[in-house]
Design a protein around this ligand. Structure first.
Ligand code: FMC
Length: 265
């Protein structure tokens, strides 16, 4: 039997429904790599926030500006203070998503970035996917219910009009903290029925879901995981060109979102 609905939940749902009818005003993009973020920063003429909304000493960077009627924020978790490389992966992704929601109260989160694709599921290099579902593939806890918690599968915010208008591909996204894929990861990715794989999506979704902020996932394929070339080589080879494709798709998505409310996406 389903538990009885409490009053708080009913009120929250009513408020969420109301939010869906207001024009979208603030968007937070969570983008893991500088090379993915900078073309968009330039395109939307965003500037770096001099008085960071994030705690002092944190490497996280916020670029912001106004485009049409939208407050655009691009959040890049910056370079790791110890190793000096882009802070990719789930830990930084969840942290910046949570901190950005707290500081900026966005109407919508967009996690944009590159990903690996499975050609057996129809992915090609340069394709841009809008994820229908996200899940983890490297959180193995073989105890009843903990196993499901580890996978953490959840549907993404549904945007049927956006998907149709922009002719994007759609498929499930599987997230883990490695660029490569161990045999165990592979089995989980297959069980997750994923078409694309990244290192941040499900972690952004986790923080967005806790805060009941809708989130979408725009992922451009840099490498074919089940292709002939080694992942790292193919990823580095295609990064620049695929980032340009991602940039164009994000631009189209922003143009589509402008002036609309969540329920119209
Ligand atoms: N597997 C996992 N992640 C990625 C990938 C692949 N085959 N190709 N591109 C990516 C993304 C991840 O989300 C990271 O942000 C970055 O690119 C690779 O470190």
């Amino acid at each position: 039997m389903a538990p009885p609905e409490d009053d708080t939940k009913v009120t929250e749902e009513a408020m969420a429904a109301e939010e869906e009818e207001k024009p979208i005003s603030t968007i937070v993009f969570v983008i893991a790599m500088q090379s993915e973020a900078l073309p968009l920063v330039n395109r939307f003429q965003l500037t770096e926030d001099p008085d960071s909304v994030f705690p002092k000493g944190f490497p996280w960077v916020r670029y912001h500006g106004i485009y049409k009627d939208l407050h655009i924020n691009i959040i890049w978790p910056g370079k790791d203070p110890v190793w000096g490389v882009n802070s990719v992966g789930t830990v930084s992704a969840s942290l910046v998503t949570y901190a950005s929601i707290q500081a900026l109260k966005p109407d919508l989160i967009v996690n944009a970035g590159t990903c690996g694709g499975f050609k057996a599921k129809g992915a090609c290099i340069g394709d841009v996917f809008l994820a229908s579902e996200v899940a983890f593939h490297d959180r193995r806890i073989p105890i009843p219910v903990f196993d499901q918690y580890g996978i953490g599968a959840q549907q993404t915010f549904s945007t049927p009009n956006l998907l149709q208008k922009l002719i994007l591909k759609t498929g499930k996204l599987s997230t883990g903290d490695s660029l490569d894929m161990s045999p165990q990861d592979e089995a989980s990715i297959i069980a997750n029925d994923a078409t694309v794989k990244d290192m941040e999506g499900a972690a952004v979704a986790y923080a967005a879901d806790l805060s009941t902020v809708p989130a979408i996932f725009v992922k451009a394929v840099t490498d074919l995981v089940d292709g002939d070339k080694p992942t790292t080589e193919e990823f580095l080879e295609n990064l620049a060109a695929v980032t340009a494709t991602l940039d164009q798709s994000v631009m189209n998505i922003i143009d589509f979102i402008s002036g609309k409310c969540l329920s119209e996406l």
